[in-house]
Design a protein around this ligand. Structure first.
Ligand SMILES: Cc1cc2nc3c(=O)[nH]c(=O)nc-3n(C[C@H](O)[C@H](O)[C@H](O)COP(=O)(O)O)c2cc1C
Length: 369
């Protein structure tokens, strides 16, 4: 039914308008107790065997919503109601900003992909922190807070901008993500070079420890799929050295390799980050490489082209403890997260592994033998 609705309604609308409309419905539904209770009972993960622990946090299941969908933390309960067990809000920047001019989001339907150059449109760290502080959660959801650089802030002052966001947001975050991998903020991805990344991650760690007492906020870094293999290794080594809790692989790509000839050529040429099915292979390769490098010394989060339970299972076998999705939610609709959790439970039951944790990295370990 959703697919028919997508073809008849969403596909004919401007993608960003369709996003806002769907988002409004989700938020509305989450405000009506009977609707949200019914939806959560039908969609939320409830498989004992999928219970997951990641960086000291207990979760009902491994699958969550990737950053960028709920940039301002307005729909955490709504997304949780739809079965995403963790919700990564943001990217939030130090200061509010409008993002790039529209049009900035494009659907490549035949390729089950999106291209976006949103440019971190968000209300800024102060407003989002205030919203999170006032939040009265209905569901127990793990909330990740993804932070990035304000466009107007010069690159030389990037660290201070991330630190400002950390000071405001860390107390409200179950885990914190330093995003240095979106292709739509000029210079941002240069921060992935270890000489820039080292002071940045150290400063964010220090700011989180200074502002949050009584617990250590897990800190992760999110990387691009376009890094060369040596650079992936360098980030992995640095993350281990700095005692980071995890790495999220990957953000969108500036490459256009995975696209077939199906999509409209003028859309393919749009500038921005490509996500969805064409990103699948590269994201999986980056994840396997990271796991081969860091093993169990930190938690890996697999994201990029996860369309279904089989894709999520492959990420787990490659080394991911948590898996996320965004683009496939647009194409698959409200039953996406449920289908992933349900299919994962079936795959685990049919596998030789007694627990999900045992399956994490099993394929990558096998390949290394
Ligand atoms: C419209 C759109 C906006 C996004 N915004 C962000 C963002 O603000 N911060 C971020 O870290 N990732 C952002 N992403 C990247 C996703 O979190 C994810 O890493 C990427 O889309 C790959 O996953 P997917 O193939 O399941 O979409 C965005 C993706 C899309 C499609």
């Amino acid at each position: 039914m959703y697919k028919l609705f997508f073809q008849l309604v969403f596909k004919r609308m401007d993608p960003e308008r369709a996003h806002h409309l769907a988002f409004r419905w989700i938020r509305l539904a989450a405000r009506v107790p009977v609707l949200r209770t019914f939806a959560a009972a039908a969609l939320a993960p409830r498989y004992e065997e999928l219970r997951t622990e990641a960086f000291g946090l207990r979760m009902h299941g491994p699958f969550g919503l990737a950053a960028g969908f709920d940039k301002n933390a307005v729909a955490i309960d709504g997304m949780s109601m739809l079965g995403f067990d963790h919700v990564e809000i943001g990217t939030v920047t130090g200061e509010p900003q409008p993002g790039n001019p529209k049009n900035r989001l494009f659907r490549l339907v035949a390729d089950r992909a999106l291209i976006n150059r949103m440019g971190f449109n968000n209300e800024g760290s102060a407003a989002v922190a205030e919203r999170l502080a006032a939040r009265r959660p209905v569901f127990r959801t793990t909330v990740g807070v993804n932070i990035g650089k304000t466009k107007a802030v010069p690159e030389a002052e990037a660290v201070a901008d991330y630190v400002k966001s950390t000071e405001r947001l860390a107390a409200h975050a179950d885990y914190l993500v330093v995003n240095v991998s979106s292709p739509n903020t000029p210079g941002l991805r240069d921060l992935q070079a270890t000489e820039s990344l080292r002071p940045l991650l150290s400063a964010v760690r220090e700011a989180a420890d200074r502002t949050v007492t009584g617990r250590r906020v897990p800190l992760l870094v999110k990387i691009a799929p376009d890094l060369a293999d040596d650079d992936i290794d360098a980030v992995a080594d640095l993350a281990v050295e700095l005692g980071l809790d995890g790495i999220i692989a990957t953000n969108t790509t500036i490459a256009r390799d995975g696209l077939g000839l199906r999509s409209d050529a003028s859309l393919v040429k749009e500038a921005g980050g490509l996500s969805g099915a064409p990103l699948k292979e590269r994201s999986l390769t980056v994840l396997s490489r990271l796991y081969a490098r860091v093993g169990t010394r930190m938690t890996l989060v697999g994201v990029g082209g996860v369309e279904n339970a089989e894709d999520a299972w492959q990420r787990i076998l490659a080394g991911a403890t948590l898996v996320q999705g965004y683009s496939a939610f647009i194409y698959e609709g409200p039953f996406y997260a449920r289908a992933v959790h349900k299919g994962l439970a079936a795959r685990l039951a049919a596998s030789p592994y007694a627990t999900l944790a045992e399956a994490v990295g099993a394929e990558t370990r096998k390949a290394a033998q």
